[in-house]
Design a protein around this ligand. Structure first.
Ligand code: S3P
Length: 178
């Protein structure tokens, strides 16, 4: 029986905020992979991309997932690109039900519009074409990884967390408590 929930999906899908609320409501440990990576590297995601490049970032991502994937009773907020390396999903799935949060390109654009350069892959003035292109490319990866899929376009953080709980109740193989 799995005791972890891993939230995947594109930037701006609400993974971190929803994970925080879910962890609190379910009494599970919150694990934010991007935070772990920043702690490990001793610098921000933006600085990792700028100084070391995306490949170095992806390696850090693989490293931290290897370390936490086997722990129990966690809600794991994943970075939007973890699906790009299949090994990450294989490792997460040992202990986690993978929940894919989707949102339309327009909604994502709205949610990330005030980002500044915190998300290096979207750090440009006109984000719309990049979002559409990346979404189209990544969609099959997210779909393949997902155990549960939830469209958050019309949902706020609370409603999304509630929806996840409802869907998990019908998911055989999830253990609510350690
Ligand atoms: C990325 C998403 C970011 C962060 C990094 C790369 C991606 O996380 O890991 O900037 O490739 O989609 P969020 O999805 O939490 O913004």
């Amino acid at each position: 029986m799995k005791t972890n929930i891993a939230l995947i999906g594109f930037m701006g899908a609400g993974k971190t905020a929803v994970a925080r609320l879910l962890a609190k409501n379910l009494g599970k440990e919150l694990v934010e992979l991007d935070c772990l990576i920043e702690n490990r590297a001793g610098k921000s995601i933006a600085d990792i991309f700028r100084e070391d490049g995306e490949i170095a970032f992806r390696q850090l991502e693989i490293d931290v997932i290897r370390e936490v994937a086997g722990n129990k009773n966690q809600v794991i907020a994943c970075g939007g690109g973890i699906v790009l390396n299949k090994i990450n999903i294989d490792r997460l799935k040992q202990e986690a039900v993978v929940v894919y949060l989707t949102a339309s390109a327009d909604v994502i654009q709205q949610r990330v519009s005030t980002d500044g350069d915190t998300r290096p892959l979207l750090a440009r003035n006109n984000k719309a074409p990049t979002i559409r292109q990346m979404l189209e490319f990544r969609q099959p990866f997210y779909e393949r990884a997902a155990d549960i899929r939830i469209d958050t376009s019309a949902l706020d953080i609370e409603a999304t967390a509630e929806m996840i709980i409802t869907r998990l109740k019908n998911y055989a193989g999830f253990n609510w408590q350690e």
